[in-house]
Ligand binder design. Structure first.
Ligand SMILES: NC(=O)c1ccc[n+]([C@@H]2O[C@H](COP(=O)([O-])OP(=O)(O)OC[C@H]3O[C@@H](n4cnc5c(N)ncnc54)[C@H](O)[C@@H]3O)[C@@H](O)[C@H]2O)c1
Length: 263
């Protein structure tokens, strides 16, 4: 029996990539999609994903009426609470990849989910490799004396440093964290040469065309360094993490935030 999936934000870059990946897998079926930017012709004709034609709904609530087993969301944080409300009303579990959800909204969503029978997984990073990089860096930081992070992204990214770099810096053990960005006798001949101080760790941000999302965590100790590097080459990198989340949903109680709590 196929797992029935309804997709919110299906016309976005992630929506198209993840829904195509799921549709190509015999275990899953995309039963409906919704996107704020759907025009009348796509609403009339449906969305072609591989060999199937998926019905697009006229509003978000309708997504839940096609009896999906799970609703997946890669859209915009402003729709998050409405999505959680609809999910609890229709008793359908949720997987949310949308980023930029405030702590306040996340706490409120946790409350709504706890009062219901549904499960929800909210993960700002579905790349299993990136999550493992953070776990390995955290483990290694017990045995090293210093750590710096270089994160590299495409030149369309407007914010720096990346959320992954901030999260990685947070996972590094306190003993490696610096109180001040520059040592007492240290100075920068050019401003920013030593990078930004994030959670007590130096983070250097590179922005170049040709890159997608990459990160190096460099740990140093006497006579040795350890470099943990992760590279994302295209959006299909997120698919295995989404599939893992779908399979783990049955074991989840309430709302789980972060893929690292599932692996
Ligand atoms: N969790 C992860 O691993 C991961 C990876 C990449 C991107 N993201 C996040 O996923 C989200 C989407 O990214 P993207 O690159 O596909 O962006 P995108 O702009 O290409 O797509 C977003 C889509 O959502 C639609 N949309 C906006 N508001 C909506 C609403 N209220 N209801 C329904 N649809 C709505 C838009 O019309 C658009 O088609 C972003 O928040 C992004 O940061 C998460």
């Amino acid at each position: 029996l196929k797992i029935r999936i309804a997709f919110n934000g299906i016309l976005g870059k992630m929506g198209r990539s993840i829904s195509a990946g799921l549709a190509a897998d015999p275990d899953f079926e995309i039963c409906a999609g919704y996107d704020l930017s759907a025009n009348s012709s796509i609403l009339r004709e449906g969305l072609k994903i591989g060999k199937v034609c998926v019905k697009l709904c006229g509003n978000m609530e309708e997504l839940f009426t096609c009896k999906p087993d799970v609703v997946i969301d890669f859209s915009n944080g402003s729709a998050f609470i409405e999505l959680v409300r609809s999910a609890t009303r229709h008793n359908v579990s949720l997987i949310v990849g949308t980023t930029g959800i405030s702590d306040e909204d996340l706490n409120y969503a946790r409350q709504l989910v706890n009062e219901s029978d549904i499960a929800a997984i909210v993960a700002p990073n579905f790349s299993i490799g990136a999550v493992l990089m953070m776990k390995f860096a955290s483990l290694a930081s017990d045995y090293f004396k210093g750590c710096e992070i270089i994160e590299l992204h495409h030149d369309q990214k407007i914010d720096a440093p990346s959320g992954t770099a901030v999260q990685t810096a947070g996972a590094i053990k306190n003993s490696l964290k610096k109180e001040h960005r520059l040592k007492e006798n240290e100075f920068e001949k050019y401003e920013g040469a030593r990078g930004a101080m994030v959670n007590g760790i130096h983070v250097h941000s590179v922005r170049l065309p040709g890159l997608l999302a990459h990160q190096e965590v460099i740990l140093g100790a006497q006579g040795q360094t350890l470099t943990i590097r992760h590279d994302t080459y295209d959006r299909s990198a997120y698919l295995p993490g989404v599939i893992l989340a779908i399979r783990k949903l049955v074991d989840v109680k309430g709302l789980v935030c972060g893929l690292e709590n599932l692996i």
